[in-house]
Ligand binder design. Structure first.
Ligand SMILES: *Cc1c(COP(=O)(O)O)cnc(C)c1O
Length: 372
């Protein structure tokens, strides 16, 4: 059993992927070629964003977005401590200070009610994460943010909807990732920025390619953040089945939740949200023991994420301490992601359900024995 079965997907879309890659081999425009322009147009159409700027990774998308807003030393950017490290890392890389706001323990996303208390005169942007595939509460965040720009880290939420609107188009800038295991992934690294503002979009296009306004004419600092045409070709082929895959992901999640209800804490999706289930993440007591029990039965699991960002050695210099963000720290101790992809079979899910039930119940009876 695979955690994410990309080979099952490839078997289904092989013809289209192979033809797309072959076309790139023939025309020879390997970077920012015609497939990249087609991908940008298609993603802009799907999200309703005026602009899509494809780039080399989700991490680069975040970096390019922050650079376009001229974030730098002396600035503060508010984000969640319960995220993949890249979110926080890109803020710090530019010399700005990441300021954390704890999560809502039900959605694992930044708690808008706690935003106001974290804002100072140095706050320059707010970067919420749409974790596990469901969007943060962008209306409440916008209200607290006032005029401050909001950047969505939508690396895990391509295709998710929030109150009828599309992830990546919920704020000034949306940033997503096409890392292979993300809901919309390519066969290498890739990412994209989204914006409706013409000026911001132009800045991000220039920054993506060494601050170049026209060939060898550099008007600002940028990065090598371009997307390969082959990756765009793969993504165009995957978009042909993406809507169906989102339906399948939802079916897989529903089957899990029906099987696991009352046994473990299953995902909670806020009203007005759809989740694309980048991860199907439960909470358990004694996680290590449960992981071992599942492993013995050939069931792979993952922990997203075992250490909250403010407790990472790389950010020790920020001066945060254990206990500062209790909801994030508690989640980091308890979350467990189960195998999740559109082609996960019902019988495999039943096997996972039985193994989990056994593991959880044996833990509970061992606890009873020790008490009695
Ligand atoms: C994957 C991910 C990123 C980084 O994307 P890459 O394409 O791997 O650089 C950033 N933020 C979150 C929340 C992610 O899950």
């Amino acid at each position: 059993m695979e955690f994410v079965d990309l080979k099952a997907q490839y078997r289904l879309i092989k013809q289209s992927v192979d033809a797309g890659i072959h076309a790139v081999l023939e025309h020879g425009q390997y970077i920012l070629g015609p497939e990249v322009a087609r991908l940008e147009a298609e993603l802009a159409r799907r999200t309703g964003s005026k602009h899509c700027i494809a780039c080399a990774s989700g991490t680069d998308a975040l970096l390019i977005a922050l650079m376009a807003l001229e974030i730098g030393p002396g600035d503060e950017v508010i984000t969640s401590p319960f995220t993949f490290i890249a979110t926080v890392e890109m803020i710090a890389l530019l010399g700005a200070r990441p300021v954390f706001v704890d999560i809502d323990p039900k959605t694992y996303n930044l708690d808008p009610a706690k935003l106001a208390a974290a804002m100072t005169e140095r706050t320059r942007a707010i970067m919420p994460v749409s974790l596990y595939g469901q969007c943060a509460d962008f209306d409440a965040i916008a209200e607290a943010a006032g005029k401050l720009p909001v950047i969505e880290d939508a690396a895990q939420s391509s295709g998710a909807r929030y109150k009828g609107r599309q992830s990546c188009n919920l704020s000034a800038i949306g940033c997503t990732s096409f890392f292979p295991s993300k809901p919309l992934g390519c066969y290498g690294d890739g990412g994209a920025c989204f914006a409706n503002d013409d000026h911001l979009a132009e800045l991000m296009r220039e920054i993506r390619n060494h601050g170049q306004a026209s060939r060898y004419h550099h008007v600002r600092l940028g990065v090598n953040g371009r997307l390969d045409s082959m990756q765009a070709a793969v993504l165009l082929a995957k978009l042909e089945v993406f809507d169906r895959e989102l339906e399948l992901r939802e079916e897989v999640a529903k089957r899990y939740s029906a099987r696991l209800k009352g046994i473990v804490q299953t995902p909670w999706i806020a009203e007005g949200n759809t989740s694309v289930y980048a991860q199907y993440t439960i909470e358990v007591d004694e996680r290590e023991r449960v992981v071992e029990a599942l492993k013995r039965e050939g069931i792979p699991t993952a922990v997203h994420y075992p250490v909250a960002a403010h407790m990472q050695p790389a950010f020790a210099g920020l001066g945060y301490r254990a206990g500062d963000f209790p909801a994030s720290e508690r989640a980091a101790q308890r979350v467990l992601s189960l195998p999740m992809h559109p082609y996960l079979r019902a019988e495999d899910q039943e096997k996972i359900g039985m193994a989990l039930e056994r593991a959880v119940k044996s833990g509970a009876s061992a606890l009873l024995d020790s008490v009695c």
